[in-house]
Design a protein around this ligand. Structure first.
Ligand code: COI
Length: 357
C-alpha cells in the first residue's frame, strides 16, 4: 500500500471547552486526503493541515452534486484509549453509496489506515465526557472542471474530524418530531439509500417548516402512498407496539444505518420480538389511541439512541410514554454507549483501539 505522507500544521489550534462543543462546529488541525483519476486509481494518500482548498468553479460537484459522505465516531474510553466503533461497516457502506453515485470504490484497509493515522496525530482533540466524541466525516467529491452532465473522471476524498457533543440540543431527552405529509425525501429506484448530499438538500424545506412549528426533526413517509414510515433523515426510527420492536424494512429509499443494525442485533440477542417490516403512520397513531404504543426512538451515529416524545401528523398530536425515555431506549443507549466508552465489554468486536492516550 502507498505510504501516507504527513505534513504537520504550523498553526495548531486550541481544544474548545468540552461543555460547549455542540455538534459539527469545531475541527482538528489535520485532514486525510486522497485523489482519484481514471486510469490511475486512488493515489497520493496524505495527511495535511485542515484548511481551505482550491477547486475550479466548474468542478462538477458544485453543479450536479456527485458526492457521498459518511459519519462515524471516535471515543475516549475510561481507561484512556482512543477507540472507533464499527469502522469497517461504515467504510463498506461508503462504497455502497459510491456505487449508487457512480463514484469509484475505495480500499477499506487504505482508508482505515489513513483515518487511524489522522486520529493518532490529532488525538489531543478527543473529548472525554459521556455524549462527546470526535465525529469523523469522510467524504468524496467529483472534481472534473466540466459543466456537462456525466460522472466525473477525477475525485478527491477527505476525512475531517470534529470534536463534538450531542447532536440534539436536548441531549438524550425525548425530541418532538413532525410527520411530513407534503414533501417526500426519496422514492424506490432513487438514491434514498445513499449517503449523498442530495438527500439532505431534499430534506431542508420540510425541516425549516418543522423547526418553525417547534419540532426538532421530520419523519418521512414513503414517496408513493405517503402512508408507510421511512426514516427521520438524521436517524432511523423504531416503535415498540405491544412488545414488538418494529423498524421499517430497508427498501432502497431508506438509509441502512449502522446504529440501526446495532440496535437490531442487540434486541434480537436480548430475545425481543423484533420486526423489520412496513409500518404505516395510521398503525402508529392507532396504537397510541388504543394504548399499545409503548415507545418510539431514533437511532443514528450522530443521534445515537434518541427517544421520541411527541409526533405530530396532519394537526393531530400524540405523546409517547409521557414524553419520557422508555426502558428499551434506555437499555439500548446504555449498552451502545457502554461499549463505545469502554465501561462494558466489547462482546461483538465492534470497537477498534487506535491508540493509547
Ligand atoms: C450521522 O448520524 O452520522 C449522520 O450522517 C446524520 C447527520 C449528521 C447528517
Amino acid at each position: 500500500m502507498t505510504e501516507i505522507s504527513i505534513q504537520k500544521t504550523t498553526r495548531p489550534g486550541t481544544m474548545p471547552d468540552e461543555d460547549k462543543l455542540g455538534f459539527g462546529t469545531y475541527f482538528t488541525d489535520h485532514m486525510f486526503v486522497m485523489d482519484y483519476q481514471t486510469g490511475k486509481g486512488w493515489h497520493s494518500p496524505r495527511i495535511v493541515p485542515y484548511e481551505e482548498f482550491c477547486l475550479f468553479p466548474s468542478a462538477m460537484v458544485y453543479h450536479y452534486g456527485q458526492a457521498i459522505f459518511e459519519g462515524m465516531k471516535a471515543f475516549k474510553t475510561h481507561d484512556d484509549r482512543l477507540v472507533v466503533f464499527r469502522t469497517r461497516d461504515y467504510l463498506q457502506r461508503f462504497n455502497r453509496s459510491a456505487d449508487i453515485l457512480c463514484i469509484p470504490n475505495t480500499d477499506v484497509d487504505q482508508v482505515q489506515e489513513g483515518l487511524f493515522k489522522l486520529l493518532e496525530l490529532d488525538k489531543r482533540f478527543l473529548p472525554g465526557k459521556l455524549g462527546t466524541s470526535i465525529y469523523i466525516r469522510p467524504f468524496i467529491i467529483a472534481t472534473d472542471p466540466f459543466v456537462g452532465v456525466k460522472s466525473s473522471d477525477t475525485y478527491r476524498l477527505f476525512i475531517i474530524l470534529s470534536p463534538s457533543g450531542t447532536y440534539y440540543a436536548q441531549g438524550f431527552n425525548p425530541v418532538g418530531i413532525r410527520v411530513e405529509d407534503k414533501y417526500v425525501r426519496a422514492v424506490p429506484g432513487g438514491i434514498g439509500e445513499a449517503k449523498t448530499p442530495g438527500n439532505y438538500a431534499a430534506s431542508l424545506r420540510a425541516q425549516v417548516e418543522a423547526k418553525h412549528e417547534g419540532y426538532a426533526q421530520v419523519l418521512w413517509l414513503d414517496g408513493v402512498e405517503r402512508k408507510y414510515i421511512e426514516e427521520v433523515g438524521t436517524m432511523n426510527i423504531f416503535f415498540k407496539i405491544n412488545d414488538e420492536l418494529i423498524t421499517p424494512e430497508l427498501n432502497g429509499s431508506i438509509l441502512g444505518g449502522i446504529t440501526r443494525r446495532t440496535v437490531l442485533e442487540l434486541a434480537r440477542e436480548w430475545g425481543m420480538n423484533v420486526s423489520e417490516r412496513k409500518i404505516s403512520i395510521d398503525e402508529v397513531f392507532a396504537a397510541a389511541e388504543n394504548g399499545t404504543l409503548q415507545e418510539a426512538f431514533g437511532s443514528g451515529t450522530a443521534a445515537v439512541i434518541s427517544p421520541v416524545g411527541e409526533l405530530s401528523w396532519k394537526g393531530k398530536k400524540i405523546i409517547i410514554n409521557n414524553n419520557q425515555t422508555g426502558p428499551t431506549a434506555q437499555k439500548l443507549f446504555d449498552e451502545v454507549a457502554g461499549t463505545q466508552y469502554g465501561t462494558l465489554p466489547d462482546k461483538h468486536g465492534w470497537v477498534s483501539t487506535v491508540t493509547k492516550l
